[in-house]
Design a protein around this ligand. Structure first.
Ligand SMILES: [Zn+2]
Length: 470
């Protein structure tokens, strides 16, 4: 109890440069693996704090790491700073107003995610130093969460191999422990090669790669009826073979994302999708090659750490939103549907109310529909005991990856939610550092889960980060 009050004070005292860091990152939205300026800003702040800084972590040029302290357990706090395409938006206004000349925007709140995680790490650093205690805290700035699976590559390169526990968070409508439910996924490109020809003069000489993709998609769409109902498959054309209808398309490329609750199910579905691609190639007399672009595992639970996080949240209470925050949130809520709002309450396991911001900590293991997305924190959770929080940084009902989410990014309410969740994360870190029994319980829970189901990474051994993706 004493520990938590002290560490929360340290977080409060240190918050200003981190709110500024978050706002600067909001203003320089950069996509998957192109987060050059954002990573440099994070490295510079780590230097100012006196962390020992490493760049290019895990072979990723835009990954950074700062470490402080000596000996003892290693606590990793993970942040992100990548943005999303097409989500540029003016800050603090409740209408869709993209910024001129800027396509990308922080529509997932990763500007807050990185700065809030580093704030927690910096507070733990000062707390350790003030006590002269053994223990190390690290901030990991992890690139390309939005499709590049940055952390999965960092795990593959051993970036977390001497870490004892990992803590992270994500912006959300409600403050809560993140339930360890996410979908494992693989992003894979299929490239078909046929033979180009004049579509009118010599159609019989052409073999269409575009036909092959269309037949493949039909095959996969028929497969949907015969796959687990909680699996997901999506596709997008990367190259439809050109824009001339009178040329038989000699090359074409499609990107598939295959998701399922367990890694083994993704492996099985990928094999089926691959056979359908081969069938399409057979039907069209084309050939097909495939390449995994990125892959993420599902999240592995860790009960002792989740309970520690819940205790911190329960003691903290909800973020200190004021009347102005509520007024802004009411304006933002008017831009979404009633259904968006009700779904958000249901997902958090809370009764629907008219209050537009989080005023209570959402219960752990709430009944109701679970998250059906994916996160590359999944792979970290199979490498070290991991726990995540949700920080209340936006209006209840705000859709993920939306202009509304970008619009919240520099608001006072987002700053409050970020500082609040930094306290919960720093609280868990000091609980683990000052209670060796908790650390042992977290490790035992992790070992038991891995014994029951060993880690089989979805990334092939020869997979390389897709630095050219955006
Ligand atoms: Zn995100």
């Amino acid at each position: 109890m004493k520990n938590s009050a002290e560490i929360w004070n340290v977080v409060d005292e240190k918050r200003k440069p981190y709110i500024e860091l978050s706002d600067r990152i909001w203003g320089m939205p950069e996509l998957n693996f192109h987060e050059v300026r954002s990573a440099a800003e994070h490295a510079a702040q780590l230097e100012r704090e006196g962390f020992r800084v490493e760049t290019g972590v895990g072979g990723l040029p835009t990954a950074v790491m700062g470490e402080a302290g000596e000996g003892g357990p290693v606590i990793a706090i993970l942040g992100e700073y990548d943005a999303l395409p097409e989500l540029s938006q003016e800050a603090g206004v409740a209408e869709h107003r993209p910024l001129p000349g800027q396509g990308a925007g922080h529509g997932c709140g990763h500007n807050l995610l990185g700065a809030g995680a580093m704030l927690a790490a910096a507070a733990v650093k000062d707390w350790l130093a003030a006590r002269g205690m053994k223990g190390r805290v690290r901030y990991y700035g992890c690139p390309a969460e939005e499709g590049g699976a940055g952390k999965a590559f960092m795990v593959k390169e051993g970036a977390f191999k001497d870490v004892d526990i990992a803590i992270s968070w994500h912006p959300a409508a409600f403050a809560s422990v993140t339930e360890p439910v996410s979908l494992a996924n693989t992003t894979i490109d299929f490239e078909f090669t046929g033979r180009s020809s004049h579509a009118a003069a010599a159609p019989h000489l052409g073999r269409s790669a575009l036909d092959a993709i269309e037949l493949m998609n039909v095959g996969v769409n028929y497969m949907r009826e015969h796959m687990p109902s909680d699996a997901r498959i999506h596709y997008a054309y990367l190259d439809a073979g050109g824009i001339a209808p009178n040329v038989v398309q000699g090359k074409a490329k499609v990107r598939y994302v295959v998701r399922a609750p367990e890694v083994a199910e993704v492996h099985a579905l990928l094999a089926r999708v691959g056979r359908i691609a081969e069938g399409a190639a057979l039907m069209t007399e084309t050939s097909v090659t495939s390449k995994v672009v990125s892959a993420m595992s599902n999240l592995l639970a860790n009960l002792p750490l989740e309970d520690a996080m819940q205790r911190n949240f329960d003691r903290l209470g909800p973020p200190p939103f004021d009347a102005e925050d509520m007024a802004f949130a009411r304006q933002m809520q008017a831009t979404v549907t009633r259904q968006d709002v009700e779904t958000a309450f249901r997902r958090a396991g809370l009764p629907v109310t008219d209050v537009p911001l989080c005023t209570t900590i959402a219960p752990k293991s709430a009944p109701g529909p679970k998250m059906m997305g994916s996160t590359d924190v999944g792979d970290v959770s199979w490498a070290v005991p991991t726990v995540q929080a949700r920080g209340a940084t936006y209006t209840i009902g705000t859709p993920g990856h939306s202009w509304q989410l970008t619009a919240h990014g520099k608001s006072p309410l987002a700053h409050k939610g970020m500082v609040h969740v930094a306290k919960a994360m720093a609280g868990v870190a000091v609980d683990v550092l000052s209670d060796s029994a908790l650390l042992e319980q977290a490790k035992a829970d992790f070992r038991e889960r891995l014994e029951r189901s060993p880690y089989t990474p979805l990334l092939p051994d020869d997979a390389k980060p897709a630095f050219d993706m955006c």
